[in-house]
Design a protein around this ligand. Structure first.
Ligand code: AP5
Ligand code: ZN
Length: 230
């Protein structure tokens, strides 16, 4: 599996990446996670990007493209990968196309996850993550079985919330998505690579739809009929 997951902030790209990663033994490449790891570790890259991320703006293309190119060269990408949060504008999509050609890598598809803006704000504002293992949770949609302990790694009291998940930054991130990221949809549609799934459905239904649209005989560049939200 070699795919791009596209969608606005809070669409569930990270959630689906982790589910597919476990199922298919591929790696998740999240530019947002890579930047946040650098910020946390205080690297020169982290220092360069911290303020940009906290404002919800895009990190300059040259930094992001170089980081992705180096990441794709690592051995763990050989079995497949899920690009989560990259590309995010037309220049990055063009650079990725060139880079994949040079590396001899072919994508299986580009999956767009559709979610209404109102729902996104609700999802982002309730989100928290285990700093032990990276598992994502939500105050309403995915609570840990025990309030203070991670279901996965059983770390206690290690939940964190992202600095860019406040309302003002979320609004800016949505503006950037609609203004800069959404224009890459025609880029992939014109190449016959775009697949659309309903990101409003329950998590496991979204996974099933992603698997369905990636089947070679699927021609889903139209949204599927709406499903009940779980
Ligand atoms: P990034 O980390 O990529 O953030 P984002 O795109 O805003 O996406 P999120 O991580 O917020 O959302 P998600 O779609 O992964 O949703 P999640 O699965 O967590 O980027 C952060 C910043 O880094 C950017 O603003 C920018 O500054 C910089 N950056 C990153 N990439 C860049 C690039 N290429 N170029 C330049 N700059 C870049 O789900 C959200 C919540 O909803 C969770 O709590 C989850 O449990 C819940 N949920 C998920 N699915 C469902 C469902 N089906 N039903 C109910 N709840 C659900
Ligand atoms: Zn954990």
């Amino acid at each position: 599996m070699r795919i791009i997951l596209l969608g606005p902030p809070g669409a569930g790209k990270g959630t689906q990446s982790r589910l597919l990663m476990e199922k298919y033994g591929v790696v998740q490449i999240s530019t947002g996670d890579l930047f946040r790891e650098n910020v946390k570790a205080g690297t020169p890259l982290g220092k360069q990007v911290e303020a940009i991320i906290n404002e919800g703006k895009l990190v300059p293309d040259e930094i992001t493209i170089k980081m992705i190119s180096e990441r794709l060269d690592r051995a763990d990408c050989k079995n497949g990968f899920i690009l989560d949060g990259f590309p995010r504008n037309v220049a990055q999509a063009e650079a990725l196309e060139k880079m994949l050609k040079e590396k001899g890598i072919k994508l299986d598809g580009v999956v767009r996850m559709e979610v209404d803006d109102d729902k996104l704000v609700e999802r982002i504002s309730g989100r928290f993550t285990c700093s032990g293992c990276g598992e994502g949770y939500h105050d309403k949609f995915k609570k840990p079985a025990q309030a203070d302990s991670c279901d996965k790694c059983h770390a206690n009291g290690k939940f964190t919330r992202r600095a860019d998940d406040n309302e003002a930054t979320v609004r800016e991130r949505l503006k950037v998505y609609h203004g800069q990221t959404a224009p890459i949809l025609p880029f992939y549609k014109s190449r016959g690579m775009l697949k659309i799934v309903n990101g409003m459905a329950a998590m496991e239904d979204v996974t099933a739809e992603i698997e369905a649209v990636l089947k070679p005989d699927s021609d889903s560049d139209k949204p599927p009929p709406p499903r009940m939200c779980g």
